[in-house]
Design a protein around this ligand. Structure first.
Ligand code: FE2
Ligand code: FE2
Length: 214
C-alpha cells in the first residue's frame, strides 16, 4: 500500500465527501461478505419484525456516529500512524453501516431521519477528541467501542433466536468492535476520566431513545 500526503484542504474536502456518502449514499466498504448472506429468513410476527427493525435502525445510526467519530479524529490526529489506524477502523465501520442498512431494508423499515444531526454532533466530538491529543483520541475510541459492545449485547438479548440474519450481523459487529478497542488500546489509548465516560453514556441514551421512534 502506498502512503499519500494530503493537504488540510484536501482532508476537509474528503471529510465532506465522507459525510455525504455516510448519510445519503453508499459508503466505501471492505471486501468482507455480509455475515447474513447465506442464512434463511425467519418468520417474524408483525410486532417482532417492527421491534427488530427499530433496533437495527438504532444500530445503523450508531454506525453513522462511529463513522463520524473516526473521520473527525482522523482529521486532527497528530501522528500519521494513528491517523492510518483510525481510517482503517472507519472503513470497517462502513461494513457495519452497509449490513445494518441491508437488514433494515429486508425488514421493510427505514433509516433514522436524525442521521445528519448525529453525524454532525459525532464529527465535532471526534475532532475535539483528536485535538486533545492522540492518547485521548485513542482512549475515546476504546471507550466508544466498549460501550457499543455492551449495547450490542443488549440488542442480542432482544432479537429472537430464530432471527439468524439479524443475529449474524450483530455478532460479527461485536467481534469487530472488540478488535477496534484492542487496536486503539495497544496504540496507546488512555483510560478516560469517569465523568467523561458517564457523559458519553448519556449521549448514547439520548440517541437510542430518539432513533427508536424517529
Ligand atoms: Fe461498528
Ligand atoms: Fe468499531
Amino acid at each position: 500500500m502506498t502512503t499519500r500526503h494530503y493537504s488540510p484542504a484536501d482532508r476537509l474536502l474528503m471529510s465532506v465527501d465522507n459525510a455525504l456518502r455516510t448519510v445519503f449514499g453508499r459508503p466505501q466498504t471492505t471486501e468482507r461478505p455480509n455475515p447474513a448472506a447465506h442464512l434463511p429468513e425467519a418468520d417474524l410476527g408483525e410486532q417482532e419484525r417492527r421491534h427488530v427493525a427499530r433496533l437495527m435502525r438504532i444500530n445503523h445510526t450508531g454506525e453513522v456516529c462511529a463513522q463520524a467519530l473516526y473521520q473527525g479524529q482522523a482529521l486532527t490526529a497528530r501522528l500519521p500512524e494513528t491517523r492510518r489506524r483510525l481510517e482503517r477502523s472507519a472503513l470497517e465501520e462502513n461494513d457495519h453501516l452497509a449490513w445494518c442498512e441491508a437488514r433494515i431494508d429486508e425488514l421493510g423499515d427505514r433509516k433514522s431521519l436524525l442521521n445528519p444531526l448525529f453525524y454532525a454532533g459525532s464529527f465535532a466530538m471526534g475532532a475535539a477528541a483528536g485535538l486533545a491529543g492522540d492518547r485521548w483520541s485513542l482512549g475515546f475510541v476504546v471507550e466508544t467501542e466498549r460501550q457499543v459492545e455492551d449495547h450490542l449485547d443488549e440488542h442480542l438479548a432482544q432479537v429472537p433466536e430464530r432471527d439468524e440474519r439479524t443475529r449474524a450481523v450483530l455478532e460479527q459487529m461485536k467481534v469487530d468492535e472488540i478488535h477496534h478497542a484492542q487496536v486503539a488500546r495497544a496504540a496507546g489509548g488512555a483510560e478516560l476520566p469517569a465523568p467523561v465516560r458517564l457523559a458519553m453514556r448519556l449521549v448514547s441514551k439520548v440517541m437510542t431513545r430518539s432513533v427508536y421512534w424517529v
